[in-house]
Structure formats: C-alpha cells, structure tokens
Design a protein around this ligand. Structure first.
Ligand code: ATP
Length: 715
C-alpha cells in the first residue's frame, strides 16, 4: 500500500501555509492512502511528475492546488513517499530539480542535499581556500574520523573547502541533514567522541551491516528524527491544525535518547539553552513513565509559574490522548504543591501568603523591636539563603551554620541578635495568620519527610530557579529509587536568586545528565544576538556550582531577520513605536495571539496594554488572557512572567539604563558583595530570557539611555 510520509521541513513551514493549502495536503495524503501505485502515477489531479534536468529522478512534484506544489521523495523501490516541502509552483519546481537524496551509511537515515547549488559553489570556495592564509576549518579532523561520523565523499570535499564558520553557515542549509549537524558540532568545538555520542550513536539502532544505500523503504522508517509516518487521517488533520506541534512527532536523537531511555538508576538531568526542547523532553519523559506506571502510582509534573503549568497541561493533553492516563499526573507549581501538602495535614490552619511588598516592612519592625541595626534586605536574604536553605530551626544550629555562600560578614557575637530578629519576624507572621511561600515549602518538606512520599516519579521543568527548601520538598515527595527525579533546566535562565547546585543538595546526576544544543524556537540571527548578552559571563552549572556551564555548540537551523532595535526619545514615543511595530506584524499576517510584549515592570506592561487597545489592537496582560482562556490578543507580561513561554514575535520594551539592571533588585555591594554579583547576573539573564521567547521576530526598544547590558553586548 502506498503511503505519504512527512519530512520535518514541511512541518517547519506549516504555520505559513494558508488553510486551503493545508486542506490540499490532506487530500493528497488521502489519495496516497487510497490508490494503488499504478493509479497514483496515472492520477491526473495529483500529477506525480518527474522533472526534466533533475539532479535526482527520485525527486518529483505533486499538485496541491492550482498554485501550490508539493516536492516529494519518490523512491524507485518500495511504496513509501515523503513530502519534503510545499511551495508556490515555480519555486517548487526550481527547488526540486536541485535536490538529491541519499542514505547515510553510518546513521542509516535518508538525507536530502541541494546538490546543484553545492556543485556550483564549491569550486569557488576551493579556489579561495587554496590562497587563504587561514587554516582549513576541519584541518584537525582526519578523513577517517569524518567518514566514521557519516560524512560521505561529496560532503567531505565540500567540508575540506571551508576555512571558517561563516562559510559553513552558507553551506549548512544545502548540506545533507545529519552530515550538516556533524560538521556544525565539530566547528563549534565538540570533539569527535562528543559528536559520536550526541548525534551519531543515538541515531543508530541495532541493525544488520552493511547499509543498503538503495533500500529507501527501510531508511525512511529509520529516519524517525525527521520523517513522520502518519497512519490515520484524523492524526494528519490534527497535525495540520496545530502547526507548532511538530515536537509531538519528531524528536532529535539526543532528545529521544534522554526522554525514552528505559530507566535511570537515579535522578537524571537535561540541560540546554533556551528553546532546545527541554520542556518537550520532560513531557515525553512523562509519557514514557506513564507507560510503565504500576497500579496506584502517580507522577508529579512541576514547574515555576502558573503560566508554565498551563503550558505543561496543554502540552501533555496533546501528547497523551488517554485522559484516564493523564489523570495520574498532577501538574502544579512547586509552591502550589507545597500549599496542598500543608493544607492536607490534620488540623491545618489556613494561612495567607505574604505579599512581596509586605515583607520588607515586617523585617524593619522586627529589627526595631530587637535593636538590630542592619538592613531589612540583609535579614530577608539571611533568612532565605541560610535559615530556610539549611532548614535551621534553633539558635544553636544557626550559630553553627555555614555562611560561605554569603558575601556579608557576620561575627559570632552578632548571630544571636540576628536569630532573635528572625524569630520575631516568624512569630509576627504566625500571629497574623500569614506565611511566606518558602516557609510553606519548608514546612511541606518536613511533613512529607515524616509522612512519606506521595509520588513514584517527579518531573521538574525550569529547575534552575528552585530554592533548597523547594528541592527538599521534591526530594521528600518521591522515594529514592530509579527514575525518581527527572530534572530539566538551564542555568543561563536563572532569574531569581536561588543559586543552588544539585550537588550541594545531595541530588547526584553524574552519568545521567544530557545537554541539548539545537534550538528549535528562534532563528539563528535572534539567537546569536541574544546570546551576545551573556558572552564572557561565567554561569555556574545546575549540577555543580563550582563549575561553569557553556553554550558550546548551541545553534538554530532556522534563519530569518535579526532583531529590530528602536531608540526612542521618550516613553510616550516608545509606546507609539510599539504600536507601529505590532501593527506591522499583524499586517504581515501574524495573528495578535502570536505576539508577545514584555517589559521589566508591571506598570510598563499596563501602559503598553492601554496604548495597544487605544490603537484598536486587542491586547491583555498575560494573567488576564490566561484566566479568560483568550488566545487571540497580544499578550503583555513582565520579563519574569515570560519565562518558559514562546511567541512568534516578541517586543521587549523599556530596556533602559534604569530598568535593566533595576537598582532595587540588585543588592548593594556593601550589603553583600556576592549577592550583588548574583543579582546583576539575574537581571542580565532576565533580558536574555525575554529575548529568547521569540520565534521569527524580535523587537527591542528603550527610551533615553539604553540598558548597559545592551551597550556591553555591542548593540
Ligand atoms: N524535536 C523537535 N522538533 C520540532 N520542534 C521542536 C522539537 N523540540 C522542540 N521543539 C520546539 O521548540 C520550541 C522550544 O521547545 P521547549 O519549550 O521545549 O524548549 P525549552 O528548552 O524548554 O525552552 P526554554 O528553556 O527557553 O523555556 C517549542 O516550540 C517546541 O515545540
């Protein structure tokens, strides 16, 4: 029976295709499903045509509608076809003629390359390389090493003609996919062993040697990272209606390896820069764990903010169809989980969570009562980073506490007074029926430590910002057994001041840690620009704070425009410019619901919402839009609330010198020098997080003087 499979490049372009064209794709698929091979080739409506002067007679086109054509890999043997791209008629024919298919002898996957363009440009690069004073880009790697990684003779010749990464970027979109990836990783500084481990090995399956490079039927089925076989029309309809849901079907080998590994002997970790699919992997891991759950066992899927909880919930709904199975997963913020545990305790008294702005005055009052002359900020941080972090409950424990992480000196003689002040603060809270979120987490952790765990597995997303009290809670929520904790996070996106490492918490992930490097969200141009905000800044690992993480090899295969920057004279003019930008996006066909606007402060967000609405553009704050289930308005939110989200286009506004870093969010060096550095870094990461939410379009604006972070990044 013939079958039409789909290549990932088709999915990447799907959001840009009109509904009528998508319908045409569905109809074409149905024909492949219905007709015999002979009928397919003769069908006058489908026009499964070969092309004259084609580089590969296996590449053909089909008719989608009057103006659109699909480019199809139509192997001469077997009856599985692959839809590679859908393009306007002339473009499709021109593109199709240049492509050539092959089967990678190492990864056994089908690859497509733009053979015509590669043939045309390579001699010129060879010529330049011969006279260049630069060493060849891949001089450090032998032909044997490159071949072992799946580089074939043609690609080898092309790779040998390159002298720098800029040239590789020009070649990259033309190269066969697996080979392109190998070369990009090597060029980024990865070793042959690393590339083998991360790209080649996960793609391999136990299969017979040697590879039959003519057996496309087998190779297509083997190319699971890029080619999807769809068996039912409902499945395809669902995919066509949810154009951003390719992640449900395709997983990069490195993602699949970590998500579907049968079992981990202990806690496992996945890290990677923004948009590398950590959340996707966490969701697939939940799916895997659900498939092996024993009766009565449950899973906790947890993250940082309510907006992310919503995103996880809808992600899991798309991935796991069986509602009964989904019922076995509790999805909640860590704080929400803590509140539930505390509320469920016998005799629990409902306490109200303390507002952020209340805390400072309460510390002030406690200090006045005890005569402590230090700042409220010092006390609040001491409570958070020492007392709650180390679960200190007595003066004796506090006197013995390790304060090495703090940059403020405190003599032994001063500790009793600080402790007395802290006790005053907590007693005041108790008397008023109030609590802080972290206190709740600490209490919930204690309760679970006594009562015993509630879950068989805990899966954590956005792990980089969790406080030790929250980690203690999660640790206590699940027994220490294989597959207990699965942790996804990115230290480059730490935007709160809980700089802890898993090692210091006794959560050992050594040997069970994988780093993802391929960004699926943003264009390479947006990525390169955003990453410059962090370049040269040491970022402590999630696993071990004594070691730094890097974004080595981090890149995107998507291309587009770089960010648009706008300097305005006044805030009013900046808001006008925002309206112009958002209007330009909507006029270009981008739905209002695909646009996000982010600012450092709530008040700037409120102004942006009002101004957009005045201009007739539907807009709402993130919270209001989420509460109303509204998906057709521009969503406006603080940079903190944008964590983990993504939009097709993002405007980051108010990036001025007094907003980023925001002085009030940065501890003065004389209060605590170490905290000062950590806070500055968090502010820098905050801008990085906001900018990396964008898929296709990023716009950054400020009024007056720009943020020093922009200036330092060379903007
Ligand atoms: N294998 C894949 N194929 C296609 N799309 C993918 C794949 N993996 C991830 N994506 C897409 O990339 C985008 C980013 O994924 P995801 O949100 O999981 O990344 P992340 O690493 O958690 O990002 P961040 O740290 O910035 O929150 C999403 O749109 C997701 O659908």
């Amino acid at each position: 029976m013939p079958q039409l499979a789909f290549d990932i490049t088709f999915f990447a372009e799907l959001p840009k295709l009109q509904p009528t064209v998508r319908k045409g794709v569905l109809e074409a698929w149905e024909k492949f499903d219905r007709l015999t091979l002979d009928q397919l080739f003769k069908d006058p409506g489908l026009k499964l045509e070969s092309l004259t002067h084609a580089n590969d007679k296996q590449i053909r086109t089909i008719r989608i509608d009057q103006f659109w054509r699909g480019v199809v890999l139509a192997p001469t043997t077997g009856d599985t076809f692959v839809l590679l791209r859908v393009m306007a008629h002339d473009k499709a024919i021109a593109w199709a003629k240049k492509q050539k298919s092959s089967i990678n002898e190492v990864t056994r996957a089908v690859e497509i390359r733009d053979a015509a363009t590669l043939d045309a440009i390579t001699p010129a690069y060879e010529q330049v390389a011969r006279t260049s004073s630069k060493a060849r880009l891949f001089a450090a790697f032998s032909d044997g090493d490159l071949r072992a990684l799946g580089i074939d003779d043609e690609t080898l010749r092309q790779a040998r003609s390159l002298v720098d990464t800029e040239q590789l970027e020009i070649f990259a979109p033309l190269l066969p996919q697996d080979q392109r990836e190998v070369l990009q990783y090597l060029a980024a500084g990865c070793t042959v062993e690393e590339v083998w481990q991360e790209i080649v090995a996960p793609a391999l399956q136990a299969s017979v040697q040697p590879v039959d490079t003519q057996d496309y039927e087998t190779a297509i089925r083997h190319t699971r990272a890029r080619i999807a076989l769809i068996t039912a029309p409902e499945e395809l309809r669902d995919i066509l209606e949810k154009p951003f849901a390719a992640w449900r079907i395709f997983l990069h080998p490195s993602q699949r390896k970590v998500a579907y590994r049968a079992s981990y002997s202990g806690p496992a970790q996945v890290t990677g820069g923004p948009g590398t699919g950590k959340t996707v992997v966490a969701l697939h891991r939940v799916k895997h764990l659900l498939g092996h759950l024993r009766d009565g066992d449950r899973i906790l899927l947890t993250t940082y903010t309510n907006a992310l909880v919503n995103a996880l919930r809808s992600g899991l709904e798309s991935l796991v169809e069986d509602a009964e199975l989904r019922e076995r997963v509790d999805i909640s913020t860590v704080d929400g989980f803590a509140s539930r545990v505390v509320a469920e305790a016998p005799g629990a008294v409902a306490l109200r969570p303390l507002m952020n702005n209340e805390e400072e005055s309460r510390w002030g009052k406690a200090a006045k009562a005890t005569g402590f002359t230090g700042s409220a900020q010092f006390l609040s941080q001491e409570y958070r980073h020492i007392v709650l972090a180390q679960d200190i409950r007595t003066l004796a424990d506090y006197e013995a506490a390790d304060r090495r992480g703090r940059g403020s000196r405190l003599t032994a003689a001063e500790r009793p007074l600080v402790w007395e002040t802290i006790e005053r603060f907590t007693a005041g809270l108790a008397a008023d029926g109030a609590r802080t979120w972290l206190q709740t987490c600490a209490q919930a952790a204690r309760q679970l430590e006594e009562k015993g765990p509630q879950y068989r597995h805990v899966v954590v997303d956005e792990a980089q910002d969790l406080h030790p009290a929250q980690w203690r809670l999660l640790r206590a929520a699940v027994p220490a057994r294989p597959d207990d904790l699965f942790i996804a996070g990115d230290p480059h996106q730490r935007i709160y001041d809980s700089k802890v490492s898993l090692k210091s918490l006794g959560i050992k992930v050594t040997g069970r840690s994988v780093k993802l490097r391929k960004n699926y969200r943003s264009t390479q141009e947006i990525l390169r620009w955003s990453t410059a905000l962090l370049i040269g800044r040491p970022i402590a690992q999630l696993e071990d704070e004594g070691r730094n993480d890097t974004l080595l090899g981090y890149r995107s295969a998507l291309h587009g425009d770089g960010p648009a920057l706008h300097a305005a004279a006044t805030e009013e003019a900046e808001l006008d410019a925002l309206v112009t930008q958002v209007r330009a996006w909507t006029e270009a066909g981008i739905g209002a619901g695909e646009i996000g606007v982010s600012a450092r402060f709530n008040k700037t967000c409120a102004k942006a919402v009002a101004r957009l609405k005045d201009a007739g553009i539907p807009a709402a704050t993130l919270r209001a839009a989420d509460a109303a289930g509204e998906v057709t308005t521009v969503r406006v939110g603080t940079m903190h609330s944008f964590k983990g989200l993504e939009f097709r286009c993002v405007a980051v506004i108010g990036v001025t010198e007094d907003a980023l870093p925001f002085p009030k969010a940065v501890t003065p060096p004389d209060v605590d020098a170490k905290q000062h550095e950590t806070d500055l870094m968090s502010e820098r990461c905050l801008l990085f997080v906001a900018c990396t939410r964008a898929r296709d379009g990023l716009y950054v604006s400020w009024s007056g003087e720009p943020s020093p972070f922009l200036v330092q990044a060379g903007v």
